[in-house]
Ligand binder design. Structure first.
Ligand code: ZN
Length: 156
């Protein structure tokens, strides 16, 4: 059975950037279960997985445009240090804004802090090593919920 729209696939994957740093991996965990063709995964992953079968091992290279998008300069802004209420702010710290958005501190000066609301993988070319562990039909209920049920999925 091939991975096509509305198939559930279980995959093991390791994600690295172009410098070879491992950013994420399912190694040592349950494989990732998802439904093909409904946006569970980034577009570049769904494209690379389309037509693959159980046991297939391969690599997928995903451009930022087909991954987490390009970095949007409009989502980076300087805020006054005083907005942090005396907290010692350092590069790499994450904060949640009043709107619920997660921002990362990218620069700290004497009186301003630069925060970035882009996804941390925005602008990054992604390299996935993938192995397909299982492919099956999604149930009608899974398709209507938009996620996998049972092993590796939702239990509710
Ligand atoms: Zn459900």
């Amino acid at each position: 059975m091939e991975i096509t729209k509305h198939k559930v696939a279980a995959i093991h994957y390791t994600l690295t950037d172009n410098q070879g740093n491992v950013l994420d991996s399912s190694s040592g965990r349950e494989p990732l279960h998802y439904i093909q063709g409904i946006g569970n995964l980034i577009l570049g992953m769904e494209e690379g997985l389309e037509g693959k079968k159980k046991g297939d091992k391969f690599q997928i290279k995903v451009s930022p445009e087909r991954g987490y998008g390009l970095k949007d300069p409009a989502m980076m802004q300087k805020v006054p240090v005083t907005a942090f209420g005396g907290e010692k702010v350092q590069v790499g710290m994450k904060f949640q804004t009043n709107q619920g958005q997660v921002v990362t501190v990218t620069e700290v000066s004497a009186d301003t802090v630069t925060v970035d609301a882009n996804h941390e993988l925005a602008g990054v070319e992604l390299n996935f090593d993938v192995e397909v562990m299982e492919v099956r039909n999604a149930t009608a209920e899974e398709i209507s919920h938009g996620h996998v049920h049972g092993p590796g999925g939702h239990h509710h």
